[in-house]
Design a protein around this ligand. Structure first.
Ligand code: DC
Length: 229
């Protein structure tokens, strides 16, 4: 197995990044870093403290006192922030929207950059987000840009939310996903885009196992090329 690499997975909401990242990390024996969960936690903590989602300095200050712990258990990546289990609270549609809003603030992105780099620096990690291959780890040895059609992404997100016991509407979910992608892609700082050297995978008609097999093959190839095989 290739050891010590940084694997970046970027892409729009609902493309299957979380599932692919989790399965790939398990297959490689790597750690997993879900950077979206960090922005989600920031949005939640801002809400709890009455700090507006467009208050850049105010939200960024929350990063200084943020004590995040991830714990992967089966399919669920549990997240605790300063001792509070926020796993479910950060997955609501409202917090999805808030995460997209706070992540557009340059102060917030700057405040979280060092944290993400410290967690991933040692390598042997699959990092999932929007700007991992472009900004956070531009030297990652393997980069993927995972996409899927908007309809398929909306269907997957609805299935995920329904499995978690929520009542959601497909058309509304699709509209929310498109609004979020539009904001994430058009912001000035570290927008969502494919790194020039990222391998694009359209998962619209692929199952998770197929996506992960393709990724694992490419990681192994890259590892051999960089002498980590
Ligand atoms: O991947 P996710 O849906 O959990 O991410 C939630 C929001 O966080 C997403 O709409 C944009 C933002 N985000 C970001 O700007 N940069 C990242 N590396 C990860 C997420």
């Amino acid at each position: 197995l290739p050891s010590g690499l940084i694997v970046a997975i970027d892409g729009p909401a609902g493309a299957g990044k979380s599932t692919a990242a989790r399965l790939l990390a398990a297959r490689l024996g790597y750690a997993l870093l879900d950077t979206g969960a960090i922005y989600r936690t920031m949005a939640l903590r801002a809400r709890q403290r009455g700090i507006a989602w467009d208050d850049g300095p105010g939200v960024a200050r929350l990063a200084d006192e943020l004590d995040l712990v991830f714990r992967l258990e089966g399919k669920v990546n549990h997240v605790s922030a300063n001792g509070e289990d926020v796993t479910a609270a950060i997955r609501t549609p409202e917090i999805s929207d808030g995460a997209s809003r706070v992540s557009a603030l340059p102060e917030v992105r700057a405040a979280l950059l060092g944290l993400q780099r410290r967690i991933g620096a040692a390598g042997g990690v699959v990092v999932e987000g929007r700007d991992i291959g472009t900004v956070v780890f531009p030297d990652a040895q393997a980069k993927f840009f995972l996409t899927a059609s908007a309809d398929e992404r909306a269907r997957r997100r609805v299935a995920e939310l329904r499995a978690a016991g929520r009542t959601v509407d497909l058309a509304q979910t699709k509209a929310e996903i498109l609004a979020r992608d539009d904001r994430d892609s058009s912001r000035a700082t570290a927008p969502l885009r494919r790194a020039a050297d990222a391998v694009e995978i359209d998962s619209s008609t692929m199952g998770p196992d197929e996506v992960v097999s393709r990724m694992a093959d490419i990681v192994t190839e890259r590892a051999t090329a960089s002498g980590n095989g």
